[in-house]
Design a protein around this ligand. Sequence first.
Ligand code: ATP
Length: 364
Amino acid sequence: MLSFVTSLRLINIRKTFDQTVAVEDVSIEVSAGSLFFLLGSSGCGKTTILRMIAGFVQPTAGRIFFGDRDVTALPPENRNTGMVFQNYALWPHMNVSQNVGFGLDVRRMPSAEKKKRIGESLELVRMSQYADRLPNQLSGGQQQRVALARAIAFRPDLLLLDEPLSNLDAKLRLEMRSEIRRISNELRITMIYVTHDQYEALSLADQIAVMSAGKIEQLGAPRDIYQRPRTRFVAEFIGETNFLYGEMQGTRDSSGFAQVVTPIATMRALVPPTKKAGDRITLSIRPETITIDELDAVTQSRSNATIILGKCIESTYLGAYAQHIVEANGQRIKVFQVNPHSTLFAGKQVRVTIPADQVVGVEE
Ligand code: ATP
């Protein structure tokens, strides 16, 4: 029904507040119609970026483009962005329809058109039957749906979402995640979504920018970010991981792999292009990519995998999976075993298998 598609470009954006560098030289390209995430812990600068896109904060340096339009110097009211906040920010004295129509009143839309837009927007967020209720007669999830409807009713060029699900309980958060994905698919509107929740980002994003201290650590699709973290920060911030330290031997092959000597084994690993023979290297290995077996178990051998013998010093049953800690040559390795039939590894000698394509060298 509705369709409004604009790409976004931030070029070398910087923002300082007195002595604080909130955002340092950030460049981002968001393709039209995609769902782009700014992910990072508190204070990393993600809200400041969102506010610069909306026009509430002026960058100290750099340029912002909506499509081909340079909006850097434009005030917020001339940028046509929709915003959804963590605290919903609905007008308490207005009913649902009036809240959704607010941006249309500001734009002096004729009443027939306005009524149609309110109807369409409420339908999209599945709130049509609540049109006459006041915000305090709605649940948190329903209020956030109204806030979403209000933000899309005037057909913004960009939809900006600032931690929109943080105030909802875990179950509602999951439900609203699917709703946001559905709305993104239906509207094909360009969305910029700020969160510190890795699961929101991994499950929804087309692209994620992982931020730390005002900079982008890594930008990519969820799988790239999770499976191929470029830095130690990203590997640790998203999901769980094991770090092993080693020394690179020989040269990288054409696929980017090299041999790395670590205290527990010499293993094949994907290594950054900057690394050369003799360099110290940090390896990241996700616990769920490692398999664990009893020493004498018969298993299929895997080419390009590293096999390590060790002792399981702790097993914890966690329902969907079990966590095992294996000690080998003074190093501890965490292993996640999905659908665990038994947690009888504790105290036993075990064999762990690490596939080479899951061993990723990261920058410190
Ligand atoms: P949070 O998740 O807690 O909102 P954030 O990643 O969104 O964090 P920002 O709000 O962008 O982070 O803040 C980045 C840095 O800039 C912080 O150090 C913050 O204290 C600082 N900062 C933000 N706004 C201002 C301001 N108006 N004046 C001074 N410093 C500011």
